[in-house]
Write a new protein. Sequence first.
Length: 444
Amino acid sequence: MKPSAMPPTAPRIGFVSLGCPKATVDSERVITQLRAEGYALVPDYGSADLVIVNTCGFIDAAIDESLETIGEALRENGRVIVTGCLGARAGLIEDRFPDLLAVTGPEATEEVMHAVRAELPAPHHPFVDLVPPQGVRLTPRHYAYLKISEGCNHRCSFCIIPSLRGDLISRPIDGVMDEAAALVDAGIRELLVISQDTSAYGVDTRYATRFWRGQPLRTRFVDLARALGQFGIWVRLHYVYPYPHVDDVIPLMADGRILPYLDMPLQHASARILKAMRRPGDRERMLERLAGWREICPELVIRSTFIVGFPGETEADFEELLDFLDAAELDRVGCFTYSPVAGAAANDLPGAVADTIKQERFDRFMQRQQRISARKLAARVGSRMTVLIERVDDGGATARSYADAPEIDGVVHVAGNEPLAVGDFCDVEITAADAYDLYASPSK
């Protein structure tokens, strides 16, 4: 929660935002509307007239965190509105917390505002000049998430996102570009493109053509990436499903139009487990594509996530996944042990894996990937990179390279007493590496 500079007579709202970057964007939209209508944001429960909790409902740990936060807000404040993905399961929340002011689902800015106004009438009608053109954001001043669509057309057996957020609905490309331009004008140095399925952007519109600043742009993944490359800032692509047309963005990366970074959740490598997950996948074909992409763009960094302990996963399936890690040499990798989510089809699959085996496979997976990561980062020692400063401390700074997305990847530790500022780009020489991070000094 961040404090507001609104007058002391303005109704005061506390805001807690949980979950993924897509939920962060939803929070930013609500906060922007609150500020536009004259509400103040305060950083604690005690001084708030009411509290809004934007929840996550994807896996058990996220549900537990959301329920715990709702309970804390009720204890500390007593007047609470719940929104977000877990809010789509209103019965679960209301049974446990019958004293809530309101419960809404995800992407519910107007419903949240209606609940707020019912409890705390808006101090005045909205005026555009009460908020900056880029809206109110929860991220640092130098980067922002750009959400291009809602929902998803896939029906992965472990996922309930379509039941929470519906089928794919793509934003018009001219609206996306307008938002991106406003962020760039506000000083953003990096745009992180997000959605549930970024590479499916526009399929629901049949790739409709729209005009932006006189340019005809198709509502399509590759066209959007090319258009965003015009701004001359870092553009990072997240949650990219490996459709064939993803091949078309690699030359844009090689040309420096967008960052040579792909966040592509692959989930597994065993054909049998991928089928049970209801995800397409061909191990050998994926390895061929990775090799082709790297030939076109040698600097390409691939981030992915995987699930171990999925129902029916045998030791042979898991060994196939480890073999894929060795062959693919992915740069950044996350791993989750399978967690049954209420409403997910995978819950009914046979062959549940014991928790002890899940944990043992997780440990082996991370140890294998740690060796790969350490080897790839060690190869960067002696090279020069451009980094974006995240934090300045006594004797140095913490930064990110093009290979590092905020909060999920590693960092670059920059030594020295150079006059650096958060949001600055800096050229550095890599002096050392460990399994996840790089160490550097400013280039002479």
